[in-house]
Design a protein around this ligand. Structure first.
Ligand code: NI
Length: 432
């Protein structure tokens, strides 16, 4: 029997706190889950440093990837199957792309990618197309299959309906992470009626649309996304941990490139610090390895590296104040020079950071990030853009909210044994 059609003798199920069960019947899916590149996702947290804010947020990208797969499986098997707009040939492709959409994520991806100029999407592609166990499984389906899976994830695949299942403003990826992150953080936002949304989804030529009768479930989803962003994803304490993490990586990289001798050679990082890494080097790094180094580096001679690591490991994070860069740029340079006078390196201990998000956007061609709108399928078969029908969505559409903060170690400023006057001056500027 063709590998692509091969079913397991008995269905396998994974117990899942969000979807209750994740069902696997396809041999290809089962084999992909068993690859080492996919198993590695167990050692990468879904929400990076968020566990330092919400202690429950220890769930991994492995959990999330299975969840996205399960949602797509339900869409294609229960909702789309038998509809003329749905091509059953795209079933396995959609399932594989759902399962593998985050396979290239590295440890604490957010900071890690910024410091080392990496891109997890590039790594996802390399894992799917390169010499990996994942590629061997996919290529058994047919030689062109890995390329198609990469195209769906990269959003370049010709059938945009398949792409929209995994990346659009209301896709299986977002539907899984909103619910999963709400569950593990324990917040009461993030919940919405996914069952209803699945039931009103309809395949169209180039994207999924939603029956107008279920509009309120879609509104609820948009609101939950909006609230999760501000309550969880951009939480200032999480951002503070993220700031610390990037400063650790910056410092370690700088020391390494300047020929500093580490007590314990950070060999996992050599090629990454030099930005000459291979896929193999990248896959060896996971969050257990990173946290191991942070503990080891607490003992380093370099006072900045050891202090930053001690702070991260023991959760002694930086404090923050609101800071408007447009109005307060003078304040920033004043603070920088005072920090220097106080003997505190502002490059590592005075950090400006901002976050912003659009809760829902309609299509604005030519913008850096073109977002396809959500369409409602009206009773007369006409399509209407969501914000034209929904007052709630209209009220928050296209509104970018930005939040700027300045992070610094308040405990170093409290210690007034030396440079007392300078530290007092800093505190009065920061109004703390
Ligand atoms: Ni994802």
């Amino acid at each position: 029997m063709e590998y692509s059609k091969k079913k397991l003798e008995e269905e396998k199920v994974f117990k899942d706190p969000v979807h209750r069960y994740v069902h696997v019947r396809d041999q290809v899916i089962w084999d992909l889950i068993g690859t080492k590149e996919f198993q590695r996702l167990r050692r990468v947290r879904q929400l990076g440093t968020t566990f330092l804010t919400f202690h429950g947020a220890e769930h991994s990208r492995f959990n999330h990837s299975l969840g996205v797969y399960e949602i797509v499986r339900r869409i294609v098997d229960d909702v789309f199957a038998g509809r003329p707009e749905w091509n059953v040939e795209d079933r396995l492709l959609s399932l594989c792309a759902a399962l593998l959409h985050d396979v290239g994520h590295g440890p604490f991806s957010h900071s890690f990618e910024k410091v080392f100029h990496l891109d997890h999407e590039e790594f996802t592609k390399m894992i799917i197309l390169g010499e990996t166990e994942v590629n061997r499984v996919l290529a058994k389906v047919d030689v062109a299959f890995p390329g198609k899976v990469a195209e769906v994830i990269g959003k370049t695949y010709e059938n945009k309906l398949v792409v929209s299942l995994i990346s659009s403003q209301i896709d299986a990826d977002r539907m899984d992470y909103l619910q999963r992150d709400a569950y593990f953080t324990g917040v009461s936002y993030g919940h919405f009626d996914m069952e209803r949304i699945l039931r009103i989804m309809r395949p169209r030529e180039d994207q999924v649309v939603f029956k107008q009768s279920g509009m309120h479930a879609v509104e609820d989803y948009i609101m939950s996304r909006y609230q999760m962003y501000w309550q969880v994803y951009f939480h200032p304490v999480t951002r503070s941990a993220e700031v610390l993490l990037s400063k650790i990586l910056h410092r370690a990289k700088e020391l390494y490139l300047n020929g500093y001798t580490f007590k314990q050679d950070p060999f996992h990082f050599h090629s990454i610090f030099k930005e000459q890494y291979t896929l193999k080097d990248y896959l060896k790094l996971d969050e257990s390895v990173m946290l191991y180094y942070f503990q080891v580096w607490e003992e380093e001679e370099d006072p900045i590296l050891s202090d930053l690591c001690r702070r991260f490991v023991n959760r002694n994070l930086f404090k923050y104040v609101e800071f408007d860069p447009a109005k307060e740029y003078r304040k920033h340079s004043e603070l920088e020079s005072l920090f220097k006078k106080a003997g505190i390196d502002p490059d590592y201990y005075l950090v400006f950071d901002s976050s912003s998000d659009l809760p829902y956007d309609f299509y604005r061609p030519g913008e850096e990030e073109e977002r396809l709108p959500i369409y409602l399928l009206m009773k007369n078969e006409e399509l209407r853009e969501l914000s034209r029908e929904s007052d709630i969505v209209d009220a928050i559409s296209g509104k970018r909210r930005t939040d700027h903060k300045l992070y610094f170690p308040a405990d170093l400023l409290d210690d007034e044994t030396s440079k007392r006057n300078i530290k007092r001056q800093i505190k009065s500027i920061l109004e703390i």
